[in-house]
Design a protein around this ligand. Structure first.
Ligand code: 13P
Length: 339
């Protein structure tokens, strides 16, 4: 294990004013996204769409890394350059989603555990060879009646730490993603309590399983009201609750925290990140690792037509830029108009 390389990669992923594009939708998820624009999910359409995102002029100014799905790691640009090489040449770190998805947890109706540990050591060696320098594993925690159980939190934390230790052995920086879903009708207070339980359990396992905290990136949910909750907390309340929870649970040895967007609107995901950074004084970099909140506008502008590539790239660049500015607390709502 090359700790220096791990630390260097992790720092690059959360460099000031830059963040991560999550473009690692599984075949099932990208089909859903393509359905929304009436585009068929063929291998070539998936390649063309990722090509558009990764070749966006100037994106490297605000994008430090891209999470790829396994299929994409082995695909090439229209002119035959492997995507991983294209990204690395632009100073963007290529990464890969390595989990095999959240599956029903035995004996815990409604809850899941993320699978994919079997054979992971061998897969990581192949991914490193193909150019991946970081990985992602997403655990999913559901809020509901009697949920999450300590059982679901513990099994997911254990798997996240096993994954992270294997990544570091292969000189790949693990993104550790314990996602508390934001779709229910819970208040922000409930989200705060659950997020704290989840982060506590996750870091206890990471430390027990000897993960080098300096060589990882945390990808958490923000502390936020459930989507169905009638009382939606405002931006400042979300920023304060999220920072308070992270300060209580995340060791300062961790170089950076890159949030998921989790179904927030594009603008709200940016505003929340900006508000946290405007408060200042956090011991870690606070940036983004958004999927939907970075891609929604570009996907719509593209609509599967090659004649729309430029418009889609402009939309993607705009979102990347606003989030890059939010990552250093320099965003303002007026910038939304400048699309
Ligand atoms: P969203 O930002 O769309 O939540 O996706 C981020 C991600 O990678 C979830 O695993």
């Amino acid at each position: 294990m090359d700790v220096k390389l791990l630390e260097e990669t992790a720092r690059k992923m959360v460099a000031p004013g830059r963040g991560i594009l999550a473009a690692d939708e599984s075949t099932g998820t990208i089909k859903k996204r393509f359905d929304s624009i009436q585009v068929e999910s063929t291998e070539e359409n998936r390649r063309a769409y990722r090509d558009l995102l990764f070749t966006t002029p100037g994106a490297e100014e605000y994008i430090s890394g891209v999470i790829l799905f396994e299929e994409t790691l082995y695909q090439k640009t229209s002119d035959g350059t492997p995507f991983a090489k294209l990204l690395a040449d632009r100073g963007i770190v290529p990464g890969i989603k390595v989990d095999k998805g959240a599956k029903a947890l035995a004996g815990a109706p409604g809850e899941t555990v993320t699978e994919g540990l079997d054979g992971l050591r061998e897969r990581l060696t192949d991914y490193f060879q193909a150019g991946a320098r970081f990985a992602k594993w997403r655990a999913v925690i559901t809020i509901g009646d009697g949920m999450p159980t300590d059982y679901a939190i513990a099994t997911n934390a254990h798997a996240l730490a096993r994954y992270a230790a294997l990544c570091q052995e292969a000189n790949i920086v693990p993104i550790v993603e314990p996602e508390v879903l934001m779709d229910a009708d819970n208040t922000i207070e409930v989200c705060e309590d659950v997020t704290r339980r989840v982060l506590d359990a996750t870091f206890a396992e990471l430390i027990k399983q000897r993960v080098v905290l300096e060589g990882m990136v945390l990808k958490p949910n923000m502390v936020i009201s459930g989507k169905q909750c009638p009382q939606q907390a405002d931006v400042e309340t979300v920023a304060a609750a999220t920072l308070r929870t992270l300060m209580r649970c995340v060791p300062s040895a961790v170089p950076g925290i890159a949030f998921l967007s989790g179904g927030q609107s594009d603008a709200l995901a940016t505003q929340h990140l900006d508000a946290m950074n405007k408060r200042g004084s956090a011991p870690w970099a606070l940036t983004f690792s958004y999927g939907r909140a970075l891609q929604a506008a570009a996907l719509k502008a593209w609509g599967g037509q090659s004649s729309n590539v430029e418009a889609a790239q402009k939309a993607f660049f705009h979102r990347a830029k606003l989030n890059g500015l939010a990552a250093t607390g320099r965003y303002s709502e007026a910038m939304e108009e400048a699309a």
